[in-house]
Write a protein that binds this ligand. Structure first.
Ligand SMILES: Cc1cc2nc3c(=O)[nH]c(=O)nc-3n(C[C@H](O)[C@H](O)[C@H](O)COP(=O)(O)OP(=O)(O)OC[C@H]3O[C@@H](n4cnc5c(N)ncnc54)[C@H](O)[C@@H]3O)c2cc1C
Ligand code: FES
Length: 225
């Protein structure tokens, strides 16, 4: 949780959730964010040497890639950001990456994945970069190539609509996976219940018990919002 307004005032009072984009093994890390509103605009106005409050890392993070499986990393929009750290933690030969955005100009992190040398598929809604369509439409070919079924494991992050479609696809194909949810957050510490998602084992706080959940656990009808 990144809070940027403290130096001048308590506005914006609440932190903004941002993912770890890359970690460097020496306690340093990078964030990558899109300027969406007031909080991220303030953050973007910070200069080298300015202080910001950061609380974290919070939440559970991605699980290990099951032995013998190929990891398929699927990211949409700004949900691509945390998949870079995940990709860097896994052997390139054991993963494939599928990323998508509305248009080529909105697609982030392509260069990072290319420099890792991983198998990369790019899709855009308007076809301005890569193939036209969405990440779910691009997935069957990638899954087949990796052996399908038990031989693949999906790690995904992106908007609710994308994850819901992906969840249906995984269920139909009998593929395991985990989704990192992008619920709105307030406290980030499990206290306010502002980020609750409905799962098959009850209501779960995305900031504390998530943001990563087994794909089949998420009840979309209620948590999509
Ligand atoms: C676990 C998690 C990780 C995230 N990681 C990143 C990241 O690495 N990089 C990044 O750029 N963004 C990330 N986000 C989204 C980011 O937190 C929001 O864009 C940010 O809080 C917006 O704050 P703001 O004050 O700039 O905008 P606000 O003024 O609060 O909102 C601006 C617009 O963004 C919408 N918005 C705000 N929060 C969300 C949200 N969670 N989901 C969908 N729409 C939202 C609002 O409805 C509004 O339309 C993440 C969100 C979560 C929950
Ligand atoms: S943001 Fe307060 S409980 Fe999750």
């Amino acid at each position: 949780m990144v809070r940027v307004g403290r130096a001048e005032s308590t506005d914006p009072l609440l932190g903004r959730p941002l993912s770890l984009h890359r970690t460097y093994g020496d306690g340093t890390f990078s964030l990558l964010y899109r300027v969406a509103g007031r909080g991220t605009r303030l953050l973007a106005s910070r200069r080298v040497g300015d202080g910001i409050d950061i609380l974290g890392p919070l939440g559970n993070g991605f699980p290990e890639l099951p032995a013998g499986a190929t990891g398929i990393l699927v990211g949409g929009g700004i949900g691509i950001v945390p998949l870079v750290a995940l990709a860097e933690s896994l052997p390139a030969r054991r993963i494939r990456v599928v990323i998508g955005a509305r248009s080529g100009g909105a697609l982030v992190c392509r260069g990072e994945f290319e420099s890792l040398g991983v198998g990369l598929s790019v899709v855009t809604d308007d076809g301005s970069l890569g193939r036209a369509g969405n990440v779910v439409e691009a997935l069957p070919a990638v899954v087949e190539e990796a052996g399908g079924g038990d031989r693949v494991f999906v790690f995904a992050c992106g908007p609710a609509g994308m994850l819901r479609g992906l969840g249906d696809f995984l269920k139909t194909r009998g593929i395991r996976g985990v989704f990192s949810l992008e619920e709105r957050m307030a406290c980030g510490l499990g206290a306010c219940l502002g980020c609750v998602a409905e799962t098959r084992s009850g209501r779960r706080r995305v900031c504390l018990e998530g943001p990563v959940f087994p794909a089949e656990e998420i009840r979309w009808g209620m948590s999509e919002g």
